[in-house]
Write a protein that binds this ligand. Structure first.
Ligand SMILES: Nc1ncnc2c1ncn2[C@@H]1O[C@H](COP(=O)(O)OP(=O)(O)OP(=O)(O)O)[C@@H](O)[C@H]1O
Length: 229
């Protein structure tokens, strides 16, 4: 009889806290993600969703606890060099070069990755096929987001860190985003999304970060109270 060992999670956050500017932003976060896993981060403005993603990307270090990738602490420099090659990141800063064409904006990143051939099909999938030769400065907000998503597909790394990926997308764009996330997970990819907007990700873990400051009473709260009395 063979005894199966429990698999080590691909990503494990153990009791992680994070400070920024001498302020405690995240407290005692525990998350475990295996291949194909998905995590959706929600929470009020300033609750720490972007901080969480930045920490996973290695831009800031946990002030306590550990982030383990394949069981190894990502803050060790040898490990981090390998770990960072697993990551692909989308944020509101889109890093689009205005003077490049739409196609060049994806191919440039492919080139940096020593990859080739996925830019055009990725742009077509994201509905930008007819715009590949246009200068990127011509793109609308939603088209810029679609270009960022095409980059994700072309670069094709396993761990996606997506900060507000559906902002500016129309309904079809959101469906496409949900589709590429589902396909990525089928291949064993991991997806972590920080969002305020509804997104349909099957069996995703949801982590709602607590508000950092007690909310002051708003006019709506006051009106509600007036109703009760
Ligand atoms: N560069 C920085 N230096 C210091 N503190 C920062 C920095 N960026 C953000 N913060 C603080 O960290 C806290 C969490 O910010 P963060 O951007 O992670 O929140 P968020 O949940 O992503 O918010 P939002 O929903 O508004 O995007 C905020 O109180 C913010 O003021």
């Amino acid at each position: 009889m063979s005894i199966r060992r429990p698999q080590i999670p691909r990503l494990l956050l153990q009791n992680v806290s994070c400070m920024r500017n001498a302020q405690q932003i995240l407290r005692h976060v525990n998350v475990s993600l295996h291949d194909g896993g998905a995590l959706v981060l929600t929470g009020t403005n300033g609750s720490g969703k972007s901080t969480f993603l930045r920490m996973l990307a290695g831009f800031s270090k946990p002030s306590a606890g550990e982030i383990l990738w394949n069981g190894h602490d990502i803050t060790q420099s040898g490990i981090f060099q390998q770990y960072k090659l697993q990551l692909n990141w989308i944020s509101l800063k889109d890093a689009i070069k205005e003077r490049f064409t739409v196609l060049d904006n994806v191919q440039w990143f492919e080139l940096l990755e020593n990859k080739i051939g996925k830019a055009q099909p990725a742009l077509e999938l994201m509905g930008l096929g007819r715009l590949v030769k246009e200068k990127s400065r011509m793109l609308s907000m939603g088209q810029r987001k679609r270009l960022q998503l095409a980059r994700l597909l072309a670069i094709d790394r396993p761990i996606w860190l997506l900060d507000e990926p559906s902002v500016a997308l129309d309904d079809e764009g959101v469906r496409l985003l949900e589709y590429i996330i589902a396909e990525h997970r089928k291949k064993g990819g991991i997806v972590i999304v920080a969002t305020h907007l509804p997104i349909d990700i099957e069996d995703a873990m949801i982590l709602r970060l607590p508000p950092r400051f007690p909310r002051k009473m708003t006019l709506i709260d006051m009106l509600d109270r007036a109703d009760i009395s």
